[in-house]
Design a protein. Structure first.
Length: 544
């Protein structure tokens, strides 16, 4: 019987060499390191990870000097990256504020996006995505981005690649610790590779320039169209600018974070206005507001040449604020963070009376105000001489009568909605209560031989007066009345009879006092005598 062992062995050897020769050459950059585990064999590894059972020859080629048939636990084995099997993963839409689309269809929170999906965030819109490895991407307004690669190698390594056509994306990449893990953000000008860090990438539409800023960790930036050795490492607190067709710019320190220490923790206006000190060498500022500390739920962003933020119609609630200064080159600086509470509703009523700084006489004073929409009741705070009076709560009317005594008063209003929720108190209004001027003690002076009646009384500087003349003491039949700027009046001589007069003083603020008591005086009959008109008859004769 013919011995076939030698021909069979020769055939298998030639077949193995053929497979080995058919394998493309692998560079060390295209391999994944694998640590041998107990029980691993070249056959089981090939079957478990590679895209075919007979690919152990590719492993052999990548590991010269290693006896792949006698693997020992702890040894490092190189596996060909392009032969490792993978499964597709997805990106989850965590949050949408505004409107955004993917391939012409409106995005929905909770939606799963696969590789190839294109995200278009319109003006004033934000989209927050979470990858399977926990990485977070916040797509800002006016941004178009594409999910180029979303997969997981069977070795456990995540592969994620996102391309930004234009716009800005904030990235918080989870640590890429598994062998062969890769996270890339590309633009038309640059490719940014990370291992796990927090950074920002911006490609301004039509600028052909990419701006990269690193908050934590570091990123490696390359320009694909230039030399393969043109990459730069950008550390935390630095940024790099890449112009199309040029090598990445050397890392530059980012501007310092704005000082937010003096910002109030509570705001009560429906138009939110935040102002902070400027940063040296800054030409603009970017302010972002979110509902969560991680800034996954962004509600507003504004870029302004002034260190401020103005937003209208933001709902009440707690918010998180972050600001960055922008350099002349366009690099966004280090971030400053703050937390504030917006409590602006129900809006406080507008006070209408008394007007600000009004002077009023003591006694009842009616506070009046406009009734805001959805206000069911009101709370009123009043102080007299800086001492608080009892608080009025849940008052149902839009006016309230307050008994006053002389002093300095201030008052504030807050509205409650139908559920009893109290809004913020509005602006303080102030008024002064004084004692009204005392009633003058009028006296009638009847000068003998005079054709006038003089009435005089005690007055005070700045006061004006109103007088009334009557024939009865209750002044039911007023004969004459008028005003005077001095504490006296002169009346043409009256007919013989009994008269009554009373006077009321008015302060310079328009506060009227009480009328004086009725002052009685008598105009007597004229005494008979030589009529003076006869002298006029004899005057011509005397001249002659």
């Amino acid at each position: 019987m013919t011995d076939l062992r030698f021909p069979v062995a020769l055939f298998l050897s030639l077949f193995a060499l053929t497979l080995h020769a058919a394998e493309p050459t692998e560079s060390r950059a295209d391999v994944i390191e694998y640590i041998i585990q107990p029980g691993d064999t070249i056959s089981t590894l090939s079957k478990r990870y590679l895209d075919g059972h007979a690919r152990w020859s590719a492993i052999s080629k990548l590991n010269p000097g290693l006896d792949i048939h006698k693997l020992r636990p702890g040894q490092t084995l190189y596996l060909p990256e392009n032969r490792i099997r993978s499964v597709s993963t997805t990106a989850t839409v965590l949050k949408i504020n505004g409107q955004a689309q993917s391939d012409g269809i409106d995005l929905q929170e909770g939606q799963q996006l696969s590789a190839g999906a294109v995200i278009n965030a319109t003006a004033d819109s934000f989209v927050t995505l979470q990858l399977d490895d926990g990485s977070i991407l916040v797509v800002e307004p006016n941004t178009r981005a594409r999910l180029d690669e979303l997969r997981q190698l069977l070795t456990g390594s995540q592969r994620s690649s996102v391309h930004i056509d234009h716009g800005r994306v904030n990235i918080k990449a989870s640590p890429q610790t598994a062998p062969g893990a890769r996270f890339e953000i590309s633009t038309p000008s640059a490719t940014t590779t990370v291992r796990g860090t927090q950074f920002r990438v911006c490609e301004k539409e039509g600028s052909n320039t990419t701006v990269i800023e690193v908050d934590e960790g570091s990123v490696h930036v390359t320009a694909p169209e230039t030399s393969a050795n043109n990459g730069v490492l950008v550390p935390a607190g630095s940024g790099s600018i890449v112009a199309a067709g040029q090598a990445p710019g050397a890392p530059k320190p980012l501007l310092s974070a704005p000082d937010l220490s003096a910002l109030p923790e509570r705001h009560t206006q429906t138009i939110l206005e935040i102002v902070f000190p400027p940063v040296v060498n800054a030409v603009a500022y970017r302010v972002t507001v979110a509902r969560d500390a991680a800034f996954n739920d962004v509600v507003a962003v504004d870029e302004n040449t002034l260190p401020q933020l103005k937003i209208a119609n933001l709902p009440d609630g707690q918010y998180y604020l972050r600001t960055r200064a922008v350099s002349a080159e366009g690099l966004h600086g280090l971030e400053a963070h703050s937390v504030f509470l917006l409590h602006a509703r129900p809006e406080p009523p507008f006070a209408s009376s008394p007007v600000l700084d009004k002077r009023l006489p003591s006694g009842p004073v009616t506070l009046m105000w406009a009734a805001p929409e959805n206000a069911a009741s009101y709370d009123i705070l009043v102080t007299r001489n800086e001492q608080p009076l009892p608080r009025v709560e849940r008052h149902s009317e839009s006016s309230y009568t307050l008994e006053t005594a002389p002093g300095q008063y201030s008052w504030q209003l807050a509205a409650r909605d139908a559920k009893g929720r109290l809004g913020p108190f509005g602006q303080q209004s102030a008024f002064t209560v004084i004692e009204p001027p005392s009633a003058p003690d009028a006296q009638a002076l009847l000068s003998e031989g005079s054709d006038v009646v003089t009435l005089a009384w005690a007055g005070a500087p700045g006061q004006t007066y109103h007088w009334q003349l009557a024939s009865d003491s209750d002044f039911s039949s007023i004969m004459e009345e008028g005003g005077s700027e001095k504490p006296s009046i002169e009346l043409p001589r009256l007919d013989t009879g009994t008269y009554f007069v009373r006077v009321r003083a008015t302060t310079s603020d328009g506060i009227n006092g009480l009328y004086s008591s009725a002052q009685k005086f008598v105009v007597p009959e004229e005494e008979s005598g030589f009529p003076s008109w006869i002298l006029l008859f004899f005057l011509p004769l005397l001249v002659l």
